[in-house]
Write a protein that binds this ligand. Structure first.
Ligand code: ADP
Ligand code: MG
Length: 470
């Protein structure tokens, strides 16, 4: 993927085939990490991966311990934080994630089959390059399903992977709202394509990885996580239209610390609740099309704000609430994107003293609007979508009392999980520490965390580039 001056990634259908000149499909090019703002491979991770690869080769191919190591290739795929737009992706709506500075790294060397180990997870993945069968007597570890899914999906899309020895090290804690699973899929897919000297458009690649997760890990996920891990750009968030399969880079002003706080509340009921919401949205869509008063719609996101009241009239109260959330959330995602653009251009102007005050008042007005939109999104998730949790509510409410606060909302599916906070640059870490202290000390939030709770944690997210070879 090239960085393009128009900041827009066209829908997949508009990509020309590889044989035509100007093809901009996804293909990891060698050495990208050494240019521009691509993040480097941390030395500690590189050393670990080098050693792990040697150990892997010694175990699975003892006669090949003298394999030429000069050809080791490194790949990286980032995690993400979703700034706004929740429960919209499976309703054909808008989302605004940002690729972050935590990533999955993969080192590999060519082989006949795929042999992969991970620093974080036990077991050895040993599969035929097309993912069809296990190699020797190795049984597939749980996490190997993601890998298998990717190999099968690439093969089915006419991009058969070649074998490789691979070692993975990840900076993304799993299950903490930063999308470690999509980064894993994208890292494997990026490496597999590069080793086989093949390419896929960004959207096809995202679809392949999403489908791998759905079919092989059994997770009914939307396409956001894979798309942002592939198409993320340093200094930007990505406005994704999930129905049109188009995406637009939104420049992030250098004003914020974007803080992701994982409440530690594990969402034991979340999967069932998430599936129930998806079902409710499907029912609402069906009823509206049967009723016909707003014409034929393909997704709930086809309903405009203008037609919202009319659209919700024939629906039972619960379904009307779900539709209200989806439609208003789409509007908020677009507005937040516009505000970020405006702040970015305001921030770049260096005013003469006379206009400084005018500029400041425009910045203040943008920040006030941003706060309102983030908080409205949170309220909508809690009151219209019934996806809240007392601990994440507490975090969002208390954040507003902290120095540096700009705006906050629950992010991800909900029913616990994470919140995202916009704070003034330099204040995010203190703000997060203070909030975590409060939920840990407060008997109310501490006691409702549930038996499977983990310690709360936070990350001040820097934006980063999407997946590439390093
Ligand atoms: P997240 O929100 O972080 O994506 P998921 O539950 O969707 O959480 O995915 C977590 C799963 O992804 C893990 O249980 C594991 O199977 C897989 N996974 C994530 N990171 C790694 C890794 N570094 N190595 C192996 N498997 C991983
Ligand atoms: Mg995941």
């Amino acid at each position: 993927m090239q960085s393009r001056s128009d900041e827009t990634i066209a829908p997949a259908s508009s990509f020309s085939p590889p044989s035509q000149a100007g093809y901009t499909g996804y293909r990891a090019s060698r050495g990208r990490g050494s240019v521009g703002d691509s993040p480097q491979l941390p030395v500690e991770i590189r050393n670990y991966l080098d050693g792990a690869l040697s150990r892997l080769i010694a175990v699975v191919s003892p006669d090949r311990t003298r394999v030429d190591r000069s050809g080791v290739r490194f790949f990286r795929a980032p995690g993400r934080v979703n700034l706004i737009g929740d429960h919209t992706d499976y309703n054909g709506g808008l989302v605004l994630p940002m690729a972050i500075d935590l990533a999955v790294f993969l080192a590999c060397l060519p082989s006949r089959n795929v042999f992969l180990i991970s620093r974080r997870e036990p077991g050895l993945v040993a599969l035929a390059p097309d993912g069809s069968q296990a190699v020797s007597n190795y049984s597939l570890p749980e996490w190997g399903r993601y890998v298998q899914g990717v190999l099968v999906e690439l093969t089915e899309r006419g991009r058969p992977p070649k074998g490789f020895y691979g070692a993975i090290a990840s900076q993304i804690p799993p299950g903490r709202g930063l999308s470690s699973s999509a980064a894993l899929e994208v890292a494997v897919a990026t490496a597999a394509l590069a080793l086989a000297e093949l390419s896929l458009s960004p959207w096809e690649l995202a679809e392949a990885c999403r489908s791998a997760e759905q079919r092989y890990a059994g997770v009914a996920c939307g396409i956001m996580d894979q798309a942002i891990s592939i198409m993320g750009k340093a200094g930007h968030a990505l406005l994704i239209d999930t129905a049109r399969k188009s995406a637009e880079q939104i420049p992030m002003p250098e004003l914020f610390d974007i803080v992701a706080i994982d409440s530690g509340v594990r969402r034991s009921l979340a999967e069932a609740a998430y599936n129930a919401r998806r079902q409710e949205c499907a029912s609402a869509l069906q009823m509206l099309n049967k009723d016909g008063r707003i014409g034929k719609i393909d997704t709930l996101s086809d309903i405009t704000e203008e037609h919202l009241n009319e659209a919700t009239k024939p629906l039972p109260a619960i379904l009307a609430k779900r539709v209200r959330h989806v439609v208003t959330e789409n509007v908020r995602v677009r507005k937040v994107s516009e505000i970020l653009r405006e702040l970015y251009s305001l921030y770049r102007e260096s005013p003469d003293p006379k206009s400084a005050r005018v500029l400041q008042s425009r910045v203040d007005s943008c920040l006030a609007k941003l706060r309102e939109l983030l908080e409205d999104s949170h309220t909508s998730l809690v009151t219209q979508y019934d996806a809240g949790h007392p601990t994440t509510n507490f975090l969002v409410e208390q954040a507003a009392h902290e120095p540096g606060y700009i705006g906050a909302r629950q992010t991800g599916a909900g029913w616990g999980g994470s919140v995202v906070i916009f704070a003034k640059k330099g204040t995010g870490a203190d703000l997060a520490r203070s909030l975590i202290q409060q939920i840990t000390r407060n008997p109310q939030t501490r006691n409702i965390a549930g038996p499977d709770a983990t310690a709360p944690s936070f990350h001040v997210c820097k934006s980063s580039q999407g997946a590439s070879e390093l």
